[in-house]
Design a protein around this ligand. Structure first.
Ligand code: GLY
Length: 367
């Protein structure tokens, strides 16, 4: 497994459960997009017209999460802070609310539960909100703390996770410190870093801000605030994650003043009580975007005896899609049936593409 973000770790743990001998190689396990992610299991909140297959993939993975979180927690002893209060989609003004209603049109066609709330209903449901135009409650859009999920998976994988850069050459995995070993399959789960091998993957910068506040919202708020999109994700320990920017941006991901100010301004307009919040952290990472916003899951054509399997391009949905991706990748490695819901996401949908059998997986393609 090359890559120890939430997707790579989940795939590795599932393969270990299947009795496979797995090594996970990453110079900074859990340190990529997983570190910035807010952890919304956003089956409805990120639904959009024309992305029905992706929505169905998300629904299938969301349905795994309750059991998945409980299993990780029981096996690792790490509480991953799965919260099931649902999500409020909020429109600050009437134009914003019109946009929110466009999202629920998509949910209605897929039978996803929602309940519309008028202005007083929204304030009654979530008293920390300002005077918003209206909201929609998505009772099945839960959330989890991705950093704790990564911690749980890292504990379960133990010394199978090796902090190192890796080069793969014709089925030999060469580690930075000079050791090498053979393998039957290489699974590539390097997020936005995969762009040097998989041209369909492109970096999309996202910034999240971690706050601490005395009176946090009781559930996830995803809002349009006078045209700006913002989300506010409360954790059980009082931390609140505000996100996220979305910029087509290939340079090193750094947080910039302009975007952070816009996000915080939108968040404070939505939840005035954030005025006195302590700023704990600002994090910028690249999401792995793809041309159709869906991941690339499965065997890719590569010369030589070693199968190369892709688990990349999860864009805005790495946390949501991790448990299902793990099942799909295990099925691929074992040569079993791929769930029908994942078949639209085979890498070959973008045409024939060959992955080199000689690859430095952590090489910066900009250099
Ligand atoms: N799924 C949340 C984000 O990408 O910002």
């Amino acid at each position: 497994m090359i890559g120890a973000g939430i997707v790579g770790l989940a795939c590795a743990e599932e393969l270990v459960r299947g009795g496979h001998d797995v090594r996970v190689l990453d110079p900074d396990p859990g340190g990529g997009a997983t570190r910035a992610a807010a952890g919304m299991l956003a089956l409805g909140g990120e639904a959009w017209h024309g992305e029905t297959d992706l929505l169905r993939l998300g629904v299938a993975s969301a349905r795994l999460w309750l059991e998945y979180a409980a299993r990780l927690q029981a096996a690792s002893g790490v509480n991953v802070d799965l919260r099931t209060e649902g999500t409020l989609l909020v429109g600050q003004d009437h134009d914003d609310l019109r946009q929110v209603r466009r999202t629920i049109e998509v949910l209605a066609t897929e039978g996803i539960a929602f309940r519309e709330l008028d202005r007083p209903g929204a304030r009654a449901d979530e008293p920390t909100l300002s005077r918003v135009a209206g909201a929609v409650l998505l009772p099945e859009d839960h959330n989890v703390n991705p950093r704790l999920v990564a911690e749980a998976l890292l504990r379960l994988l133990g010394d199978r996770v090796v902090r190192t850069r890796a080069t793969v050459l014709d089925g030999r995995v060469c580690l930075a410190e000079g050791t090498e070993f053979g393998c039957d399959a290489v699974v590539i789960a390097t997020g936005a870093q995969a762009r040097s091998l998989v041209p369909q993957v492109r970096p999309v910068r996202g910034e999240t801000i971690r706050l601490r506040v005395i009176d946090p919202p009781s559930r996830v708020l995803r809002a349009r605030v006078h045209g700006e999109t913002v989300y506010v994700v409360p954790r059980s320990d009082g931390e609140v994650v505000v996100g996220a920017t979305e910029e087509e941006h290939a340079e090193q991901p750094v947080a910039t003043l302009g975007t952070v100010v816009r996000l915080l301004h939108a968040a404070r307009t939505l939840v005035p009580g954030l005025e006195s919040a302590e700023i704990v952290e600002i994090t910028a990472r690249h999401r792995p975007g793809t041309p159709d916003n869906g991941p690339l899951l499965g065997v890719t054509h590569s010369p030589g005896p070693v199968r190369q399997v892709l688990a990349v391009g999860h864009y805005r949905g790495g946390v949501l899609l991790a448990p299902l991706t793990a099942q799909v990748i295990r099925a691929h490695v074992e040569g079993g049936d791929i769930p029908a819901v994942a078949r639209p996401f085979v890498p070959s949908r973008f045409g024939p593409h060959e992955i080199s059998t000689a690859a430095d997986h952590w090489k910066d393609p900009m250099s």
